[in-house]
Design a protein around this ligand. Structure first.
Ligand code: UT7
Length: 330
């Protein structure tokens, strides 16, 4: 029998701005301190895209260009490019279009996918389906967010958490049973009240009042989101393991969304995984929303081995959450 076609990750890359925003910098901006931020979140510093006039596409484009170089292909060979983001360059057109233009992906179509911190997993599963169906040979999935564009740097509840960055993977067909093997994705729109941007959409278009009331920034009820995140990420990861008869010892790596070290620890515990098997870089980048998972894969790329079982897991605004099983292909 012919092996089912799967979508393998064949290259990974990341891009982060050079400018760092440290806990000590934040101490000068709001009533907070390094000790609180470290112990409550695990974050020490984040990267910020400071240059005026630059947006999410300016992080995604270099990430994808280098991704192509690593794999030895030209951007013109990309069939489809998906950008997971909640901080698009503009409301429209899609950031994916802008990225394709900036890198010369002249034969690609693409679109943006909005699922906040779960965006990369949602986009990865979507992109994998195009490969599995046989429709496309090269799909690029990007997770990129310029959170500094929507963070209120006078709100200590949110400004200590977020950072900017972009990560990308290339998906190609595989007939050896490697790649994206299973995903469980979930959403619950009743969670929208706890993490959202109040204005700037069609419900509440921008006006003087929305600006004065600081409603164009990310709003989060941290404690509530925290509770749902701990349960959601752990439950869905356990469900994915059970459905695929994966035991803790079968899993080489957990790649969790980097929102809070305590949420990551809870998920790893529930899965029965030792800390050494968990990719954690939250201390350096904070929460880069859709970029956290590909940025981890990028950083750990040299330690990943062909055949490794890797579980990706995320929880975010929406609410959205999910877990994906990847068998590493190189
Ligand atoms: O990315 C996907 C979705 N997002 C998440 O998964 C984030 C989930 N939430 C969290 O990670 C946490 O809720 C936060 C890191 C946002 C907040 O941590 P927390 O442990 O839930 O803190 P809290 O909101 O319960 O606040 C505890 C205390 C409060 O003081 P009192 O009332 O106990 O006196 C806050 O006012 O800490 C205070 N506080 C701060 N203190 C210093 C809140 N923010 C700060 C701060 N610096 N930045």
């Amino acid at each position: 029998m012919m092996q089912k076609l799967t979508a393998a990750i064949t290259a990974v890359n990341g891009w982060v701005p050079e400018d760092k925003l440290t806990n000590f910098d934040l101490e000068k901006m709001v009533d907070t301190n390094d000790e609180w931020i470290r112990t409550r979140t695990g974050i020490i510093e984040r990267r910020i895209l400071k240059t005026p006039g630059l947006g999410t596409s300016d992080m995604a484009a270099p990430a994808v260009l280098e991704l192509c170089k690593k794999r030895g292909i030209t951007p013109a060979e990309i069939d489809c490019l998906i950008v997971a983001t909640v901080t698009p360059d503009m409301v429209f057109p899609a950031t994916a279009n802008v990225v394709c233009d900036k890198i010369g992906a002249v034969n690609a179509w693409g679109f943006d996918l909005s699922a906040a911190c779960s965006g990369f997993l949602f986009a990865l599963t979507t992109g994998a389906s195009y490969i599995e169906s046989g429709r496309y040979k090269k799909v690029v999935v990007v997770g990129a967010d310029k959170m500094s564009a929507i963070v209120d740097y006078s709100d200590r509840n949110t400004c200590v958490i977020f950072g900017d960055g972009a990560g990308a993977v290339l998906l190609e067909p595989n007939d050896a049973g490697e790649g994206i093997l299973d995903s469980i994705l979930k959403s619950d729109g009743s969670g929208r009240n706890y993490l959202h941007m109040k204005a700037g959409g069609s419900v509440k278009p921008a006006c003087i009042e929305t600006v004065t009331n600081r409603e164009h920034f990310a709003y989060q009820e941290g404690q509530t989101v925290f509770k749902f995140a701990v349960k959601g990420m752990a439950d869905v990861s356990a469900e994915l393991m059970e459905r695929n008869q994966l035991k803790a010892e079968d899993i080489a790596w957990l790649v969790p969304h980097q929102a809070n070290l305590r949420i990551i620890d809870a998920t790893a515990n529930r899965m029965g995984l030792d800390k050494e098997k968990v990719m954690i870089n939250i201390s350096k980048y904070g929460n880069t929303t859709a970029a956290t998972i590909p940025l981890c894969l990028w950083e750990w790329e040299s330690r990943l081995k062909k055949g490794d079982n890797v579980v990706l897991a995320a929880f975010g605004g929406g609410f959205t959450w999910g877990a994906t099983w990847v068998k590493w292909a190189y």
